[in-house]
Design a protein around this ligand. Structure first.
Ligand code: CIR
Length: 260
C-alpha cells in the first residue's frame, strides 16, 4: 500500500528566472548567485528523478522573481489539486501559469477565489490530516475557503499557527514518514504536533527543518551536519543539496516542487 503523503510518482518544478535575484526576502543577506542557484536546482531535479518519479520542469517566468518556489502556487492531494491565492502581491500572477499544468494532471482542479489568501508553504499534508499554519501569507478566510473544498473530498483540515516572524509553516517543519515530523523546537513547543513522533532540528540548525520526504529520500539543505546525522541515525536515507542561494530569499527544499 502506498502512502500518498510521501510516496510520489510526479513532481512539478520551475526553472529559476534571472529575475530571482530580486526575490522577496525578510532580510537582506546578499544577492543570490544565479549560476550557483541553477546548478543547485538541476541537482534537486536530478535527485527527485533518481527516485523514479517523473519531474515536469516548467520554463522560467521572468516577470515573477519568486516563481521558482512552485510549492506556494498549489496544493496537490491524491485526487484533487487546489490553486492557491498567494498573500504576496508580487506572486499572485504565478498561479495562472501553474493552472494548465495541473489541469493536465488532475481531473479535479479547484481554486481559492478569495478574498482570503493561502500559500502552499503553510500547508503540511500528513497521512491523517492537512495542517495549515496561519501566517503573514495565509489568513483565516483563505483557510476557510480551502476547508470547504477539501472536506467535501473526505480530508480533515486543522488550522494551526505559523510562529511569528517565520515565513511559512513549513519553514519550520517537514514530514519524514507517515507518523514522523521533523520540526524546530520552537514550532513543536506550540503543541501542534501532538500525537505525532517529532524529531527536532539541532540547536542552531533551525533552517534544516524545511526538508522533504520524497519516496526513499529525505532531501535537505546541505550544511546542517548535526541534523543530517540525527536523521541518518534514525534510519532515513538523506540527500543534501546546496541551498545557499535560495536561502538568501527565504526558500528551501519544499518550496522548489509540487509533489503528487
Ligand atoms: C517568498 O518570500 O515568497 C519567496 N522569496 C520564498 C518562498 C518560499 N516558499 C516556501 O517556503 N514554500
Amino acid at each position: 500500500m502506498t502512502n500518498p503523503s510521501f510516496e510520489f510518482s510526479h513532481a512539478i518544478t520551475r526553472k529559476p528566472a534571472k529575475s530571482v535575484i530580486a526575490g522577496l526576502r525578510a532580510e537582506d543577506t546578499g544577492t543570490p548567485d544565479f549560476a550557483q542557484m541553477e546548478m543547485d536546482h538541476a541537482t534537486y531535479v536530478a535527485t527527485l528523478t533518481e527516485t523514479g518519479a517523473e519531474v515536469i520542469e516548467l520554463p522560467a517566468l521572468e516577470n515573477f522573481p519568486d516563481s521558482v518556489f512552485v510549492e506556494d502556487d498549489a496544493l496537490c492531494l491524491r485526487d484533487i489539486a487546489i490553486l492557491m491565492r498567494p498573500g504576496a502581491a508580487s506572486r499572485m500572477g504565478e498561479v495562472a501559469h501553474m493552472a494548465g499544468t495541473l489541469r493536465g494532471q488532475y481531473e479535479n482542479v479547484f481554486e481559492i477565489k478569495g478574498p482570503g489568501f493561502i500559500e502552499g508553504g503553510d500547508i503540511l499534508t500528513t497521512a491523517r490530516e492537512i495542517l495549515i499554519g496561519k501566517s503573514a501569507r495565509t489568513d483565516a478566510a483563505g483557510v476557510a475557503e480551502l476547508r470547504d473544498i477539501v472536506t467535501r473530498f473526505g480530508y480533515t483540515l486543522r488550522e494551526v499557527q505559523t510562529p511569528a516572524d517565520v515565513l511559512h509553516f513549513k519553514t519550520d517543519c517537514s514530514l519524514l514518514d507517515g507518523e514522523t515530523i521533523l520540526a524546530t523546537k520552537r514550532l513543536d513547543a506550540s503543541g501542534c504536533f501532538e500525537g505525532y513522533r517529532v524529531l527536532h532540528t539541532a540547536d542552531g540548525e533551525e533552517a534544516a527543518a524545511n526538508a522533504i520526504r520524497f519516496n526513499q529520500f529525505v532531501i535537505m539543505a546541505a550544511g546542517f551536519p548535526k541534523t543530517s546525522e540525527m536523521l541518518r541515525s534514525n534510519g532515513y536515507e538523506v540527500r543534501e543539496i546546496n541551498n545557499t542561494e535560495c536561502a538568501k530569499i527565504d526558500g528551501g527544499m519544499s518550496c522548489l516542487s509540487l509533489r503528487f
